[in-house]
Design a protein around this ligand. Sequence first.
Ligand code: PMP
Length: 309
Amino acid sequence: MIYRSAQQLIGQTPLLEISAFPIPNQCRIFAKLEMFNPGGSVKDRLGEYLIETAFAKGEINKETVIIEPTAGNTGIGLALAAQKYRLKTIFIVPSGFSQEKKDLMKALGAVIIESPSSQGMKGAIERAHALNEEMPNSYLPLQFENPRNPETYYHSLGPEIYQDLPEITAFVAGAGSGGTFAGTAQYLKEKNEAIQTAVVEPSGSILNGGLPHAHATEGIGVENVPPFFSNEIIDHIFTIPDEAAFYYVKQLAQKCALLVGSSSGAAFAASLELAKELPEKSRIAVVFPDSSERYLSKKIYDWSNNNEF
Ligand code: PMP
């Protein structure tokens, strides 16, 4: 098949059965490999949906500047989608996140403004709001509160997983903004309310009642419960320590030839935990959001020896 633009390559990612691992309870685990999107992550879906719907609703035009606070993957997804219309993009990125993501955003034409890492995502959000007020004809999609974030996955990731694995019994995904989990879980529960859902966070995130603190697992973790979450769509919450996430990043490379980021390692660790709790022979779909290649400068495969983490 011949494609006419990189944007056409978004979505329809492969679902790979992880067969090289002993999985508890004779369960089967199927990983949705989001690194196969053209910008390399699950967030390409979000970038495309946000830009396309804002155009369709007349909220932006060809002169609009897109501003967003992002740790990286959303910026790459937005820059990729915006390029189709030659829109300008400005991203506020807390310093400390991976250099590769910043380089990729810039390569796609974005302007990067770094905010102090001590102020975290909150500082980046405040800065983005201020810039949005200063700049006429600028647009702030705000993934952390925009209902179009979960809608993206309700319309794309959920249907793709259900189509490839109609016999699915459980769904596992990490939460940063919570959009991937919430939209997909909602879709799957509407299809079959017996499907069990599990949300994954790193230690240092608050969903299981813990106190917020810094963590090395990149892309997931929340300081507040995402507005898209409700008890109806969450059956299990797994809090995965950095050690386990990075252990499985290495294992997935060595045993399955899969080069995935630490949020995928955490999601896989949670899937193995969940398998112990589910009936025998359950089928678990898990989202692997991106690849390890964008974390090589952070020594993703040499995590325990790196004091930065
Ligand atoms: N993993 C990675 C690597 C990410 O960049 C993100 C997005 N921050 C997530 C997982 C979580 O996705 P969401 O924001 O939809 O919860």
